[in-house]
Design a protein around this ligand. Structure first.
Ligand code: UDP
Ligand code: MG
Length: 318
C-alpha cells in the first residue's frame, strides 16, 4: 500500500524540559512505533539552560529516530516551531509540546485521518479548560471572539499548536517568513482542509509552564496586531467621531450664545475635554507605534532562529 511509505516527523519545541523528556519519549515512541510508518523526532532545543540538550545528545546516540536542533539562545516557541517545520522532511509533520499536555495517543488518530485523504491537516483543540484559572479562560474566550471578527486568520477557541499536517501545508507555512510569528493565525491563514479533534484538557506531566498571565496577554495582543488592521481603523474612527462631536458642540455653543447670550462658563469641563482628547490622541499614536515597531522589526530581516548545534546531516535536508 502506498500510504505505509509516508514518513512522519514529530517536531517538539523544548525549553528547559529535562524533567519531562524521558517520559515524553517513552509514551510517544510507544504510540509512533505502533503506527507502522517510518518516523522521526525533531526536537528543537530553544536555548534551554538545564540538561535538555545533553539529554537529547545522549538519546540521539542510541536512538536513530531522534534528531535535534539546538538554538544559540532562547528564541521562543514560535521560532522553534518554524525551525522544526523548515528542517522537517516527513510527508506528515506533527508539532507537539514536550510536556505531554498534547496526548500522544491522538497521533495515531491523526495519521489515520490524513491517510483517508480528505484532509490536509488534523488539529487538536481542548474541548474544556479544566484546571485553568477562570479569569484566564474568560480572557481567552474574549480573545478568540475578537480575533475571529477582526482578522482573516480563522482561529478555533481552545486550539493548541498540536497538529499534524501534510507536506503541502508545511511548505506553505515555511514560505511565510515573517519575523513576528503568530502560528495560530498562520495555520488558519494558509487555508487547507483542517479536521478538528476535540480532547480533554490535560495537566502538564512535569516541569512548569513558561506562560504567565501577562505573557499570554501580550501574546494575544501580538496576535491581533499581526493578523488584523482593525486597531488602526479604530484609531481613524475615533478621530472621525471626535471631530463630529466637536462640530456638534461648536454649533450648540454658538446657538446658545446667540439665543441666551450665555457668558463663558465651565472651565473644569473644558479641561476634562482637553485631557480626554489628548488621551485618545496618545492612544491612537500608541496603536500606530505598535504597527511601526512591527514594520521596523520586519525590515531588519533578521533570521528567525540561529542554530548552534544539530545532528541533522546536510543530506537529511530537503
Ligand atoms: N517552549 C519553547 N520555547 C519557549 C517556551 C516554551 O520551545 O520559549 C516550548 C515548551 O518547552 C513546550 C511548549 O513550548 O514544549 C509549550 O510550553 P508550555 O508548556 O510552557 O506552554 P503551555 O502548555 O502552558 O501553553
Ligand atoms: Mg504545556
Amino acid at each position: 500500500m502506498e500510504n505505509t511509505e509516508k514518513r512522519i516527523t514529530v517536531i517538539v519545541p523544548c525549553f528547559n524540559e529535562q524533567e519531562v523528556l524521558p517520559l515524553f519519549l517513552e509514551k510517544t515512541t510507544a504510540i509512533l512505533s505502533g503506527i507502522g510508518k517510518p518516523y522521526e523526532y525533531l526536537f528543537v532545543d530553544d536555548g534551554s539552560t538545564d540538561g535538555t540538550l545533553s539529554y537529547l545528545q545522549k538519546v540521539a546516540e542510541k536512538d536513530g529516530h531522534v534528531k535535534y536542533l539546538s538554538f544559540s539562545r532562547n528564541f521562543g516557541k514560535e521560532a522553534a516551531m518554524y525551525a522544526g517545520l523548515s528542517e522537517a522532511h516527513g510527508d506528515y509533520v506533527a508539532v507537539m509540546d514536550a510536556d505531554l499536555q498534547d496526548p500522544p495517543e491522538l497521533l495515531a488518530e491523526m495519521v489515520r485521518i490524513l491517510d483517508e485523504g480528505t484532509y490536509d491537516c488534523v488539529a487538536a483543540y481542548r474541548s474544556d479548560r479544566k484546571g485553568e484559572p477562570a479569569l484566564r479562560s474568560w480572557f481567552a474566550r474574549i480573545f478568540y471572539q475578537i480575533m475571529n471578527r477582526i482578522s482573516d486568520a480563522d482561529i478555533k477557541d481552545g486550539a493548541r499548536d498540536f497538529r499534524m499536517m501534510k507536506r503541502n501545508m508545511v511548505d506553505a507555512i515555511v514560505r511565510m517568513t515573517e519575523y513576528n510569528r503568530f502560528s495560530k493565525g498562520i495555520f488558519g491563514w494558509v487555508g487547507f482542509n483542517t479536521c478538528w479533534l476535540p480532547y480533554e484538557n490535560v495537566e502538564r506531566a512535569a516541569g512548569k509552564s513558561k506562560w504567565s498571565f501577562w505573557k499570554l496577554f501580550r501574546y494575544a495582543l501580538e496576535g491581533i496586531i499581526n493578523f488584523s488592521h482593525a486597531p488602526l481603523s479604530l484609531a481613524s474612527w475615533f478621530g472621525f467621531l471626535m471631530t463630529g462631536l466637536a462640530f456638534v458642540m461648536l454649533i450648540f455653543i454658538v446657538v446658545r450664545k446667540l439665543l441666551f447670550g450665555d457668558p463663558v462658563a465651565g472651565w473644569a469641563s473644558t479641561i476634562c475635554v482637553i485631557i480626554f482628547i489628548g488621551g485618545i490622541q496618545l492612544f491612537c499614536t500608541g496603536v500606530m507605534g505598535q504597527y511601526i515597531a512591527k514594520i521596523y522589526s520586519e525590515t531588519k530581516n533578521r533570521p528567525i532562529y540561529i542554530v548552534k548545534e544539530t545532528n541533522l546531516k546536510k543530506e537529511d535536508n530537503r
